[in-house]
Design a protein around this ligand. Structure first.
Ligand code: NAD
Length: 329
């Protein structure tokens, strides 16, 4: 059984912690967050030790895998330190904010012979997987037009409001749209050029990106990702995949088995639960797949070069929105 240390006990740390509770192939032995109450809450869920410093956890805890759920600007520093210490690393998406850090992470993993993967979780959503299976079976013919949306209110829950600072989060182009970029690249091949627009500076608290991608296959995609919805409006993702013979459509707002809405001023007043089965939890599935790759010394489902390719598209969209020009990859 692999021993895990979880670094960062905020939103995603908590999501991963809950996923680990039903994974038999792993035992979380340590959790760490600079906020003691966050670390203690997950330590009590998992029955493990809470630390408030990575260095103390590294010195005292015995583990093979570090799961990095820190704000994105901290990924590279802690992931590479762990790799140099011989730990396998699972890191939340995006891999990093720039290609230099991303390359360093990939090179360090190679040099120290550890398994490294990034949380591009859309690959594990049953609805997205089912759509790909239909396309591969030829159901809609040749894919031509791919439209994805991923829209939410600003993620105001974060520690020190780090999402607001795009030098720390990358903004919705890098933080949010990257989910769809990874999924599109993985399933529809490489992208040749990108053209993007953002909501302008007249809306400092509402961030939004819309990118048009041209694939090497000739297909095109519209990728919309937003932190522009007013607080309290439901997080919603959709896709429309149009082929020569048909289309596949998905809308997350019609898809949740159990939705709880509380009358509240708090950020977290809307909760989604899937009481049907642990197996359907995509976060559990991605961690399970990663642990399998570590245990069997096989390539992870999401490889590090793929995480870099998604980042390249996200950075191209950012550059295009800034320059007003098409960016060729
Ligand atoms: N896969 C997904 O669906 C998904 C969704 C949301 C966020 N994310 C990604 O997950 C990562 C974390 O985002 P989040 O929303 O959980 O952020 P968050 O702010 O909720 O949590 C980050 C936690 O890290 C802690 N922290 C900060 N510096 C630390 C340090 N040096 N040592 C230990 N703990 C430290 C903070 O106290 C906080 O609890 C980001 O990269 C984000 O892009 C992924």
């Amino acid at each position: 059984m692999l021993r895990i240390a979880l670094l960062g006990c905020g939103t995603m740390g908590s999501t991963h912690a809950h996923a680990y509770t039903s994974l038999r192939e792993a035992k979380v032995v340590a959790v760490c967050d600079i906020r003691l109450e966050k670390a203690e809450a997950l330590a009590s869920l998992l029955g493990c030790v809470a630390y408030t410093s990575y260095e103390a956890m590294k010195e005292k805890a015995d583990y093979e895998v570090l799961d990095v759920c820190l704000p994105t600007y901290l990924h590279c520093r802690y992931a590479t330190d762990a790799m140099q210490d011989g730990k396998h690393v699972f890191c939340e998406k995006p891999i990093a904010l720039n290609l230099e850090d991303a390359d360093l992470m990939v090179e360090t993993a190679k040099e120290y012979g550890v398994t490294f993967s990034v949380g591009h979780v859309l690959r594990f959503f049953p609805q997205y997987q089912a759509a790909v299976a239909q396309i591969k079976a030829g159901r809609i013919g040749t894919p031509a037009l791919l439209r994805t949306t991923r829209n939410q209110a600003f993620p105001g829950w974060s520690w020190e409001n780090w999402y607001q600072d795009s030098t720390k989060s990358g903004g919705p182009e890098v933080d949010l749209a990257i989910h769809d970029y990874d999924w599109l690249l993985y399933n529809f091949g490489s992208v040749k050029r990108v053209y993007a627009k953002n909501l302008g500076t007249g809306h400092p608290k509402q961030m939004h990106t819309l990118a048009i991608l041209r694939f090497a296959s000739g297909a095109m995609a519209h990728v919309e990702a937003s932190w522009a919805l007013p607080k309290g409006i439901e997080f919603r993702t959709t896709f429309e995949l149009v082929g020569t013979d048909g289309q596949l459509c998905y809308d997350s707002s019609r898809d949740c088995p159990l939705k709880t809405q509380l009358g509240s001023d708090e950020e977290a007043s809307l909760f989604y639960d899937n009481p049907l089965s642990d197996e359907m939890n995509p976060y559990r599935a991605e961690l399970k797949a990663f642990l399998h790759a570590v245990e069997h010394k096989t390539e992870p489902v999401v490889t590090a070069p793929e995480a870099i390719a998604a980042l390249q598209v996200a950075l191209a969209a950012k550059e295009s929105a800034h320059s007003g020009k098409v960016v060729h990859l």
